[in-house]
Design a protein around this ligand. Sequence first.
Ligand SMILES: Nc1ncnc2c1ncn2[C@@H]1O[C@H](COP(=O)(O)OP(=O)(O)OP(=O)(O)O)[C@@H](O)[C@H]1O
Ligand SMILES: [Mg+2]
Length: 143
Amino acid sequence: MRESYLCRTPEEMENLGKEYGKKAKKGTVISLRGSLGAGKTVFARGLARALGINESIVSPTFTLIQEYDGSLKMYHMDLYRLSSEEDFIALGGEDFLYSDGVCLIEWSEIIDEMLPSGTLFVNIKINEDQSRIVEVTDERSRS
Ligand SMILES: Nc1ncnc2c1ncn2[C@@H]1O[C@H](COP(=O)(O)OP(=O)(O)OP(=O)(O)O)[C@@H](O)[C@H]1O
Ligand SMILES: [Mg+2]
């Protein structure tokens, strides 16, 4: 599976997140990829809204993981500051990869090997005009 979208504005990115939120199930894991400011958190916000979560969604950079209660639980991680897989395990992160909720992970490259099969990869690229190309795939080998 490989799908591509063009998001011209943050609103369009949020709406795309909402669409994936509607399809999310218990145990869904989504790896959000793209450079700083690509729009990973905007996508996560939209997904949260689809689960009926109305709190503000920001990158949990300093908390590592943020939990939200919606129609499904949402676990939002940002591993930017994590230095190893071992740290992830020590912090109990593995439980969230096999949970009763939806797990969204920004900067998951460091735990690539641990991501469950079936993980959805959302790859965001910034265009010169600030629009975003979003490619969603469940394939591990990607460019
Ligand atoms: N087409 C677009 N889609 C998404 N965001 C956009 C778009 N155009 C501009 N933006 C802006 O880009 C920023 C994206 O920020 P966001 O926090 O979602 O990035 P991020 O990928 O989570 O970055 P970080 O790695 O720092 O957590 C927002 O300020 C948003 O308003
Ligand atoms: Mg972010």
